[in-house]
Design a protein around this ligand. Structure first.
Ligand code: NAP
Length: 371
């Protein structure tokens, strides 16, 4: 009997698409591998060893709301991995809504998260569907650590730091360059405040001696998740990479953007960051190696007279993104979705459940200290 597929992986042919396919296969979830080019989809899926014998089907279609809606009809959930999302995401969200599918994506772009929240959140809520962007390493790790920190009574301030040490994909580079040149916000006394343009900050990663340069990296998703949360008054996120030479190269590009491109119109700015992104990254990375590609997430929580430190020590952020996508649809299919409308991954599935899913596969462990 032919499979009635319930899951669409859109953008399956890319780096993160293949990692998500791997994690869907491990969970025994049949899926449609969708994208714009059938031969490329088949070729790329053939590179995922875990898909041997797994039930999936490659479907090529136009990147357009009508065609996407037809494909999504009758399915339960869509994992969208086609970015930059501010450039390419709208037809996918609109099709998910029209077809009645829960929507998950891997964005790191906080302007995209805000747009979804304002423009589509109420319509997804009205249809009892989840609208869950950034169901990915950035900004889910911070969301998970924040929820653990907020379990300490009185904590209302979240100071977050990501440290990554992985090679990046082509679309990731285009995405982070565009998002670092858009307005970036942190939450101070319940108000979103804009970070200064092209400015880096020195940070200390817990358990390390050398100071590193960090950037707001689009401001992080956490200020968006916690903007209307009565538990949280202040929330800020910074991001650093172990390879500081390359990281400082990004800081240099942001300064160049301020000098040469800030006055350009919005469409031209997007073209410039795409051009720079394609020039900086031309090759798809290999699968991450946990011995090399380690990451740290630090969430320092404060209240009036107390504090808590939550540190996630982990590895392989891109593979973690695959786990989060696959785990989300596994939980949807099992009836374990806790909330609908515009939701963070923690609201959708419970922070402890997602931490456990990542920990079970050796992708992180967490430490909580009341300091
Ligand atoms: N927040 C996080 O932690 C996190 C983690 C991982 C990824 N991401 C984000 O996820 C996105 C994808 O990343 P990736 O690593 O998979 O990048 P990638 O390897 O460059 O793949 C990009 C994917 O998008 C598809 N695509 C590009 N332009 C398209 C278009 N016009 N129409 C239809 N499909 C199109 C590509 O299809 P073709 O194969 O046909 O070119 C490919 O499947 C990026 O925005 C990245 O920033 C975020």
């Amino acid at each position: 009997m032919a499979t009635a597929y319930e899951v669409v992986l859109y953008g399956a042919s890319g780096y993160t698409g293949k990692l998500t396919a791997w994690k869907l296969a491990e969970r025994g979830i049949p899926f449609i591998a969708a994208g714009r080019n059938k031969e490329r989809l088949a070729e790329e899926m053939a590179k995922v060893p875990e898909l041997a014998g797994h039930d999936y089907q490659c479907v090529a279609l136009e990147h357009e709301t009508g065609a996407l809606t037809e494909l999504f009809k009758g399915k339960k959930a869509v994992i969208n991995i086609v970015g930059p999302f501010m450039q390419l995401g709208r037809p996918v969200v609109e099709a998910s809504l029209a077809a009645g599918c829960h929507y998950f994506d891997t964005t790191g772009e906080t302007d995209w998260m805000s747009l979804l929240k304002r423009t589509y959140g109420p319509s997804f809520a009205a249809k009892d569907l989840a609208l869950c962007p950034a169901n990915s390493y950035m900004w889910t790790e911070g969301n998970l650590a924040a929820e653990i920190a907020l379990q300490t009574p009185g904590i209302d301030t979240l100071d977050m730091l990501y440290l990554g040490d992985s090679e990046v994909s082509v679309a990731s580079t285009m995405s982070f360059l565009r998002m670092c040149t858009q307005p970036q916000f942190y939450l101070r006394n319940n108000e979103l405040v804009q970070w200064p343009w092209a400015t880096s900050y020195q940070v200390r990663v817990p358990g390390e001696h050398v100071l590193l340069n960090a950037l707001p990296w689009s401001g992080g998703g956490e200020p968006i998740w916690y903007e209307d949360d009565p538990r949280v008054r202040n929330c800020q996120t910074l991001v650093s990479f172990r390879n500081q030479e390359r990281f400082n190269g990004v800081v240099g590009l942001l300064k160049k953007f301020e000098q040469e491109c800030r006055q350009l119109d919005a469409a031209r700015q997007e073209e410039v960051t795409n051009e720079w992104g394609k020039a900086v990254t031309q090759v798809e990375p290999a699968r991450e190696n946990p011995d090399v590609n380690r990451c740290t997430l630090s969430c320092q929580g404060r209240g009036n007279t107390n504090s808590v430190s939550v540190v996630l020590r982990g590895n392989s952020p891109y593979a973690q993104t695959g786990v989060l996508g696959a785990e989300a649809v596994r939980r949807v299919l099992r009836g374990q979705l806790h909330a609908t409308g515009f939701v963070s991954p923690s609201q959708a599935f419970g922070a402890r459940n997602l931490v456990a899913a990542l920990a079970e596969e050796g992708y992180l462990a967490y430490e909580v200290k009341h300091v």
